[in-house]
Design a protein around this ligand. Sequence first.
Ligand code: CA
Length: 239
Amino acid sequence: MSTKILIVEDEEKLARFIELELLHEGYDVNKAGDGRTALDMALNEDYDLILLDIMLPGLNGLEVLRRLHNDKQTPVILLTARDSVMDKVSGLDAGAVDYITKPFAIEELLARIRVALKFRHQPGAESEGTLNATQTAKEEEGVQVWGLLVLDEKKRKVAYDGHEISLTNREFLMLKILLENRDIVLSRDTLLDRVCGYDYIGETNVVDVYIRHLRSKIDDVFGVKMIQTVRGAGYVIRR
Ligand code: CA
């Protein structure tokens, strides 16, 4: 049976775009353009995952999420146009497994969908009868996604499009810090402090060495340009 995803989004062009991408990936897709329709559909159909916009006519996304989860624990990824910490926190508190801030790259959304579906299928999740959404949200906290790259802090694993990448502890730590500070340029000194500790005495060019290792293990192998050098400032991973 194919995986059924409900897209709840009132911006028709965006909804249609996501729909086409998901159909292309082989998912079954339904769409709703307002909160009440979405809640009706979500309660009456068994979806594997719901992509839920927060700013919706009728009921807003957080209200849809709360009412839905009174009855069933369908995993929800929130789509938020506002980069608001409050929305994200309320959303995760209300049981969303993840959120993504618009505008997003479709590859990132697809990767987050795969992660959300993977958690749903984890042994134990279904034997409980309902998915423990709060627990899933917590598990999700340690997972960083960049395009097809997934860094799982708890499992201490990094994979690109499902291919596991073997990293040393310091390479792993550096990648984690860069991913956690997406769009923020980190200086070599900052990276050095965070990766090697404040009492590290040595050359700051060890940072360049680790960056080079990460690039050779990820960028070069998978043909991406993940870590960017900002001349005179440091390094950054951008969305
Ligand atoms: Ca909207």
